[in-house]
Design a protein around this ligand. Structure first.
Ligand code: DAT
Ligand code: MG
Length: 149
């Protein structure tokens, strides 16, 4: 079982796509175990996107993610990282397939609506940045037995 971090970026909030995107992620069967509307400080943005420091788009990335409220979400399930990445679609809107979040709503490589951790290791690191202990809940859904063995 994995838990992964999803961020609905400021463009998703501003465009009124929080419900649409959350619904798509929920319908995969992954379980929401943490969720909050929040602002991202410059310090948090720098730490979250640390792997991209030095790249030409890094400053833009930090200014974008700090430009308005985001929704941070923790999703749990078998292969949660890969399932979220598939549901999100590719980074570049030229490559993101129709039916994916980015493929359906994204037209810019930067303003691409969602972040999803790219590995279980990244997920653990990023979840620690965005959620305090106690903000991630463990609970049973009545539908769990219909979703996984
Ligand atoms: P992803 O968000 O698909 O994991 P990433 O980790 O490579 O992609 O990059 C983080 C974000 O940085 C990405 O969502 C959008 C932005 N970005 C990536 N490559 C870019 C580029 N070549 N030009 C502008 N922005 C870029
Ligand atoms: Mg990434």
């Amino acid at each position: 079982m994995e838990t992964t971090l999803v961020l609905l970026k400021p463009d998703a909030v501003q465009r009124g796509l929080v419900g649409e995107i959350t619904g798509r992620l929920e319908r995969t069967g992954l379980k929401i175990v943490g969720m909050k509307l929040m602002s991202v400080t410059e310090d948090l943005a720098n730490r979250h996107y640390g792997e991209h420091a030095g790249k030409p788009f890094f400053e833009w990335l930090v200014s974008f993610i700090t430009s308005g409220p985001i929704v941070a979400m923790a999703l749990e399930g078998d292969n949660a990282v890969a399932i979220v990445r598939k549901t999100m679609g590719a980074t570049n809107p030229v490559d993101s397939a129709p039916g994916s979040i980015r493929g359906d709503f994204g037209a810019d490589i930067g303003r691409n609506l969602v972040h999803g951790s790219d590995s279980p290791e990244s997920a653990a690191r990023e979840l620690g940045l965005f959620f305090a202990e106690g903000e991630l809940l463990s609970y049973v859904r009545a539908t769990d037995v219909w979703i996984r063995e």
